[in-house]
Design a protein around this ligand. Structure first.
Ligand SMILES: [Zn+2]
Length: 433
């Protein structure tokens, strides 16, 4: 997948040179040198959002919760420096504690973080902070930097691709999408500015700014207690004691009317009820994924069994159970659980692509093809999925269509392991790759 991203980066980069240059920062009003104009910023955000969402295990399958998170976000966006961006906020299934913003106003918060907060004011603190990264164009600047770095590292990336895919297994879903690679890393100055902007937006939108400090405290105590869960959030948003001190200072200087605003807890607790109830099951999922990544399926299995026992209708948990079952060679249960998971979580890419892979490995090509199609509808043009389509078609004796898929894989991700496999299969079909 890295190989797939790099050509795109070059393309975007070429575009930047054609149209980018100096832009006026919407927050400071000053000119700044970045290589990404607003049109590119919007385009990049729009095209990456589905990929990031799916690599964070898809959206939480609760339309009411999604609507709620989006409404809180939009309330902040409306009073921000860039109210007219196509803002979108969602809640994703990643059990880790995290939130992130893509250029152009696409923002995600994980269920792991949602489950650890107590009020809408804290939620507004996170979303306000992320909104601040977007309005101050931090992502655009960081992307400019990361694209430059990526270009410099093309050789190194190709090596990583090969190295990575050697250990590729059913569970490296994030790796399959390659999305984590491009998450922006912000400087301390950018973090402080995002806090400052988030604070402003919260106050303008009617929230109690204490929510910002409360959020930071949640993150700090969580980091002490369970470092693994907070790691990623801290990687992109280092949480320092001075940030908390700054927030406290600002709150102390706010007018009493603002400081005494009531916390909005009721709607928040109602909307996040299920997410917090299922938190232990998802915490186990986080641990199970770590074990599966180390090929320790037998240790992951009891954790996932317990989670699925508690939430039998949760297709995402069940899909990972199927993965663990397959890891201990319990094929009958793996297929049964994968099929049920795919029915229960139709909108989640990892669930559909995992079902495709398990059925393919069991030579059940008709079913595999239908899961490939479901995965492709959620997130089109993923080389590994296209390769599975080819394999399923080949298994069904539809060689010409299979060959078309293999050729598509070669075009989509030349230099990838998927492309090497596609070439091998084309040769076996008697077609010169
Ligand atoms: Zn940040």
């Amino acid at each position: 997948m890295i190989a797939k991203i790099v050509p795109k980066a070059i393309l975007v980069f070429a575009l930047l040179f054609a149209t980018g240059g100096c832009t006026v920062n919407p927050v400071t009003g000053k000119s700044q040198l970045d290589l990404m104009g607003e049109a590119q910023e919007l385009e990049l955000g729009k095209s990456l959002y589905p990929r990031y969402t799916q690599s964070s295990l898809g959206t939480v399958q609760e339309p009411r919760l999604q609507g709620y998170v989006d409404r809180v976000g939009l309330r902040l966006a409306a009073v921000s420096h860039r109210p007219n961006l196509p803002w979108e906020y969602n809640a994703v299934n990643d059990p880790a504690v995290n939130a992130y913003a893509l250029p152009g106003g696409k923002i995600s918060i994980t269920r792991g973080l949602l489950a650890r907060m107590d009020s809408e004011d804290e939620l507004a603190g996170v979303l306000g902070h992320e909104t601040g990264h977007v309005t101050a164009r931090h992502a655009a600047v960081a992307y400019t930097r990361s694209l430059l770095t990526q270009l410099a590292l093309v050789g190194g990336m190709a090596y990583m691709e090969v190295n990575d895919t050697k250990n590729r297994n059913l569970y490296a879903f994030g790796g399959m999408l390659g999305a984590q690679l491009m998450l922006a890393h912000y400087s301390r100055a950018q973090e402080s500015q995002a806090d400052e902007l988030g604070y402003q937006y919260m106050v303008r939108a009617g929230y109690n700014p204490e929510g910002m400090a409360g959020l930071m405290e949640v993150l700090q105590s969580e980091q002490k207690r369970e470092p693994n869960f907070v790691e990623r959030m801290f990687a992109s948003h280092p949480m320092t004691t001075d940030r908390l001190a700054m927030a406290r200072q600002e709150i102390a200087a706010a007018p009493a009317e603002v400081r005494n605003r009531p916390f909005r807890t009721r709607a928040f607790l109602e909307q996040t009820h299920h997410v917090r109830e299922s938190r232990p099951a998802y915490d186990r999922l986080a641990e199970a994924r770590r074990l599966l990544g180390k090929d320790e399926a037998s240790k992951a299995l009891p954790l996932l069994r317990q989670s699925v026992g508690e939430w039998p209708d949760d297709g995402l948990l069940r899909a990972f159970l199927a993965g663990a079952e397959s890891g201990v060679r319990d094929r009958a249960h793996a297929l049964r659980d994968a099929a049920r998971a795919a029915r229960d979580a139709r909108g989640i890419w990892v669930v559909q692509s995992l079902a495709a892979r398990l059925f393919l490995d069991a030579s059940k090509y008709r079913e595999a093809l239908s899961y490939v199609e479901a995965a492709d509808r959620i997130l089109p043009d993923v080389a590994d999925v296209e390769l599975m389509r080819g394999r399923a078609l080949e298994g069904l004796g539809r060689s010409e269509e299979a060959a078309r898929s293999y050729k598509k894989v070669q075009r989509m991700a030349p230099d990838s392991e998927a492309a090497t496999e596609a070439s091998k299969r084309l040769r076996r079909l008697g077609i010169n790759p």
